[in-house]
Design a binder for this molecule. Structure first.
Ligand SMILES: [Zn+2]
Length: 280
């Protein structure tokens, strides 16, 4: 295991990860958080965001526990025994003010992009060559129902997040992962549709519903498209041949988030399929 947690600080390969202490936090947690909130930074690099958290002109007084850069490198800005200022006005179930109830991890990512003649650009004018095209589940940030470009999350960044969250679960007993866009809907858009929340939950918690033996099979002779989101507006990842076995993870209307299994029953892919084309 590359990551470990000692004294409320993250270690990697036996060394403490770099600390860039945030200027602002909300003091010690009254009780250990059981929730993780995932964010994107909207910034150019993990370092730039960590530097912003300690800048005197950070008038929003924002901070987060960790920033994970696109290359998977990690900076810790707030210790895990202290509440960071990442969620703002927010609520989830019977809780409000998630800063006091949740850890916050920021992923370096521009988020929603802007269309120009030659492609999709970040707010800061950085061209993103292969954007994820998708519609935000709460509606797009600037309106419209058509898919827009979002910066993809690199696998190395996602893999670092998975392992870190596994350590947070083991150390603090986190039992729920949400997006900023879940706890502050229509005010915040992170981590957005390019982030595979179903996959993160599955990789961290496995199949908590205990119905892991329930698998379903692709029925049509012509196969079934595995897509990046619950609808035909989302990109196709690949065509699943007839007979492919999948394990449902979550449901959104008629669409199912599934884990695609290989012949040995091991998960090899995740995505969304239309449930009507699976064996019952
Ligand atoms: Zn956020």
């Amino acid at each position: 295991m590359a990551f470990s947690i000692r004294n409320h600080h993250l270690w990697r390969d036996g060394r403490s990860v770099e600390a860039v202490k945030a200027r602002y936090d909300s003091g010690p947690f009254a009780r250990t958080p059981k929730i993780l909130v995932v964010h994107f930074t909207g910034g150019s690099s993990g370092r730039s965001s960590a530097e912003w958290f300690r800048a005197p002109d950070n008038t929003a007084k924002s901070s987060a526990h960790l920033v994970i850069d696109r290359d998977g490198s990690v900076i810790q800005c707030v210790d895990f025994d202290t509440a960071a200022n990442h969620a703002g006005r927010s609520s989830w179930r019977d809780l409000s003010g998630l800063n006091q109830h949740a850890f916050g991890i920021e992923l370096a990512n521009w988020g929603d992009l802007y269309p120009y003649a030659d492609g999709w650009y970040s707010e800061a004018g950085v061209r993103i060559a292969n954007p994820f095209m998708g519609v935000h589940k709460n509606g797009n940030p600037h309106g419209g129902a058509q898919p827009i470009g979002w910066e993809p999350y690199p696998e190395i960044q996602f893999a670092a997040l998975v392992e870190i969250v596994q350590r947070l679960v083991a150390t603090y007993g986190i039992d729920e992962i949400v997006g900023h866009d879940d706890v502050a809907p229509t005010r915040k858009w992170d981590p957005g549709p390019a982030f595979n929340m179903a996959r993160l939950r599955y990789e961290v918690f496995g199949d908590r519903a205990g119905d892991g033996d329930v698998t379903r099979t692709v029925m049509p002779v012509s196969g079934l498209n595995l897509r990046r989101g619950p609808g035909t507006a989302f990109d196709t990842i690949r065509l699943l041949p007839q007979g492919t076995v999948v394990r449902p993870l979550e449901q959104n209307g008629l669409w199912l988030s599934v884990s695609v299994l290989d012949a040995a029953g091991e998960p090899v892919d995740t995505g969304w399929v239309h449930g009507a084309y699976l064996s019952p």
